[in-house]
Design a protein around this ligand. Structure first.
Ligand code: HEC
Length: 98
């Protein structure tokens, strides 16, 4: 399991639900998260790369969640207005999905 400093997976699950990431993504364990516009996040915790080429490490994941365009110009993933803390919690949750 990848540890995210300052991240709490339970809080992350709550935030992923609250921010409706499931409108675009299918996410195990998240009520109603069955979106098909974006990659399913079923095994995001054990992928080597995210978004087609970014090494899947906590710092990159947190930055991706906050500012996708800064990580990958032109991506269709929108910025969701997350705080650093919220992104850390979400990353901790995402790393439980293996
Ligand atoms: C409007 C649709 C949309 C919403 C809402 C959205 N995403 Fe995404 N997301 C995408 C798209 C499209 C991609 C693929 C981006 C790419 O590869 O350029 C993506 C990629 C990702 C990836 C990388 C997946 C992979 O397999 O590489 C993660 C992780 C992710 N999103 C998490 C989230 C989280 C957490 C939220 C809620 C805060 C969220 N997304 C909200 C559209 C969305």
């Amino acid at each position: 399991m990848v540890a995210v400093p300052g991240g709490d997976a339970q809080q992350g699950l709550r935030l992923v639900t609250q921010y409706q990431c499931g409108a675009c993504h299918s996410i195990p364990g998240v009520q109603g998260a069955a979106g098909e516009l974006a990659p399913a996040l079923d095994h995001i915790g054990r992928l080597s790369y995210i978004a087609g080429g970014i090494p899947n490490q906590p710092a990159n994941m947190v930055q991706w969640l906050r500012t996708p365009h800064a990580v990958k110009p032109g991506t269709e993933m929108p910025p969701m207005g997350l705080t650093e803390q919220e992104a850390r919690h979400m990353a901790a949750f995402l790393y439980t999905l293996r």
